[in-house]
Design a protein around this ligand. Structure first.
Ligand SMILES: [Zn+2]
Length: 161
């Protein structure tokens, strides 16, 4: 038996909750449907009140959030867990090519004063940045963060202001 205070904090179809996708809008239940919709995007969420969870079924695998009474906790994606050694791979993937480029620039330095003296430095920066972008993209994909939804909603809110 829940007290009235606790039940007010439970996920229910009468409540209004922050949108877990864009974190900018609010989600309300659609009348006569066991679903929630965000007022700033066109995301429709399905809900399971027994488990206090919200799902975005348009993503594969579906994204899940659990309501803890005050905020959303991101559910685990089956078989997708970020382990400590993933960070080693990330650091290695960025550091290794950058180090190789830097090492070759160190071993075969450009002649000081020559036209392309700046090239090794720029090359090192490019190697670092390009690998960083790839890794960042992989992490976004890993977490299935709906980055385009988030950006388009932020952009629209910005224009409306
Ligand atoms: Zn939203």
């Amino acid at each position: 038996m829940h007290t009235s205070k606790n039940s007010a904090n439970l996920l229910n179809y009468q409540g209004i909750y922050p949108c877990p996708v864009c974190r900018l809008g609010e989600i309300k239940s659609l009348s006569l449907m066991e679903a929630f919709a965000c007022d700033c995007g066109n995301n429709i969420f399905t809900a399971d009140l027994d488990q206090q969870l919200l799902q975005l079924p348009t993503m594969q695998p579906p994204l899940t959030w659990y309501w803890n009474g005050t905020g959303w906790r991101r559910g685990e994606l089956a078989g997708r867990e970020w382990k400590w050694y993933h960070w080693l791979l990330v650091v290695g993937f960025v550091a290794l090519p950058t180090t190789l480029v830097a090492l070759s620039a160190y071993i075969f330095p450009a002649t000081p004063g020559s036209n392309l003296y700046w090239l090794p430095t720029v090359w090192i920066g490019l190697a670092f940045l390009s690998h960083l972008v790839i890794v960042g993209w992989l992490i976004i994909e890993f977490y299935q963060f709906p980055v385009w939804t988030y950006l388009s909603i932020s952009w629209r809110l910005l224009l409306e202001r």
